[in-house]
Design a protein around this ligand. Structure first.
Ligand code: PLP
Length: 444
């Protein structure tokens, strides 16, 4: 081990306590100090081992310390790791072509950037370019598109309700107004309708807002086709079909935020899963197998970026992240990782539904691939959110050796989103830990 690494990994609890006063961590659900990982498992500084159902920000699709990814990183770092955006590079051409080949037909121009928020913002710039004279975007209730000012404006974190625990209220003066319309949260339908027979009032609200709720022509409609931070909310296909029709009716670009859905739902894109194609797809998180990279893929109707400095980031042409993203795609293709994601997702969902028989507090189980959430309620009839119990189940799960995520606007959704390489015995272990955690918390 090199000497810097030696010093880093030799840090004691006293060193950490002394160093911590120099560090501002920011948000996120607190967890242990992690030092290494292998496959779907991570280990903390005390040597305690966990199965990681968060994939660290849902991003480590091939798990931790994947040998092939490590080899690609090692080998490529001997070429060039960072290249200015203005210079062309082979990895960038290669990855752009690969993503264009995977994307739905008609979406075939790619721009890279540094993270999910900046990628959403890049999509917003493209939409504004494509709709001269437009200004406003429309997004959905409970949406999450990142914390940079442009995307926080379109996210639930800027609302009064969430401001209580996000602190985003400090930034209200820097945020712009993004009209937000009801999301198709069928478990708690705001219009009191049933999912299969409803008349899509939520989509109608979008139509009316585009017609009467924005100043001038809208620049774009921003949608996570399956909402993640909102609490793993799965949209009915007919909702997205209707949204597409409405966007076409008004000539408004439809932007899919696929920062969390890419691959995790057992398909390359939610656009292909649903068969409803947007004008822009935004990628981030898992795209780089753990290295920071994000991208947008745009369709025929959209204006691309021009030669001026409309979109420039120091690390937007990070070839190390690009080769890693390309390597990951090729491993996913070769090893049938998307099939595994679907199979393991169904396996976990079946197991969770069996547990629901014993624990009706598991009010709603929402799963597409390994994009899974459990909404906890005090009583399945009243659907009163069981916030404390959900938090306790997560804490207990951590004790028992599984790290679950926590989400939902009400913070009563437990997220189960392990790496996509999950095997059946590991899925059994997750179900067993969750069972024991729920016994302890719900049946003390
Ligand atoms: C759906 C979605 N969009 C955008 C973002 C923002 O990405 P980043 O944190 O890389 O800026 C996130 C991050 O959690 C996300 O979940």
């Amino acid at each position: 081990m090199d000497t810097t690494l030696q010093r880093i990994y030799a840090m004691t609890q006293a060193d950490i306590a002394a160093a911590s006063k120099h560090l501002m961590v920011g948000g996120g659900t607190p967890g242990p100090i992690l030092v290494q990982g292998k496959g779907v498992r991570v280990e903390d500084i005390e040597g305690k081992d966990y199965i990681d159902c968060t994939s660290q920000s849902w991003a480590m699709y091939l798990g931790f310390s994947n040998e092939e990814i490590i080899d690609t990183i090692h080998e490529h770092s001997k070429h060039m790791t960072h290249i200015h955006q203005g210079f062309n590079s082979l990895p960038r051409f290669y990855l752009a072509r690969l993503l264009a080949q995977l994307a739905p037909q008609g979406l075939d121009r790619v721009s890279f950037t540094v993270g999910g928020g900046p990628a959403i913002e890049a999509a917003m710039k493209i939409a504004l370019r494509s709709r001269p004279g437009s200004r406003e975007f429309v997004s959905l209730w409970d949406a999450y598109h990142g914390t940079i000012f442009s995307t926080a404006s379109a996210s639930w974190i800027a609302t009064q309700a969430s401001g209580q625990f996000t602190g985003q209220q400090n930034f209200l003066s820097a945020l712009h107004t993004v009209p937000r319309v009801p999301n198709p949260y069928c478990y708690r339908c705001y219009f009191g309708q049933e999912p299969d027979s409803c008349d899509l009032m939520c989509a109608e609200m979008l139509r009316l807002t585009l017609q009467r709720g924005v100043n001038g022509p809208a620049a774009g409609v921003l949608v996570e086709p399956i909402q993640a931070s909102a609490g793993q909310i799965i949209f009915p296909r007919r909702y997205l079909v209707r949204v597409r029709e409405i966007c076409d009716e008004f000539g408004v670009p439809l932007i899919y935020d696929e920062v969390q859905t890419y691959c995790r739902i057992g398909d390359w894109f939610a656009a292909t899963h649903y068969g409803v194609t947007p004008d822009v797809i935004v990628l981030g998180k898992g795209l780089g197998a753990g290295l920071p990279i994000a991208a947008i893929i745009i369709g025929d109707r959209m204006e691309g970026f021009g030669p001026k400095t409309e979109e420039l980031h120091t690390f937007a042409n990070n070839s190390l992240a690009q080769v890693t993203a390309a390597r990951q795609i090729e491993v996913i293709q070769r090893d049938g990782i998307l099939e595994n994601t679907r199979r393991m997702g169904e396996y976990l969902a079946d197991g969770l539904r069996r547990l629901q028989g014993e624990f009706p507090e598991m009010g709603d189980i929402r799963a597409v691939g390994l994009h899974i959430g459990i909404e906890y309620v005090e009583d399945p009839k009243t659907k009163e959110p069981a916030v404390d119990k959900c938090v306790q189940i997560r804490t207990e799960g951590m004790e028992l050796g599984a790290i679950f995520g926590l989400g939902g606007v009400r913070k009563n959704v437990l997220k189960v989103k392990p790496p996509l390489i999950l095997q059946q015995h590991e899925a059994d272990e997750i179900l067993d830990i969750l069972h024991r955690a729920m016994e302890k918390v719900l049946r003390p």
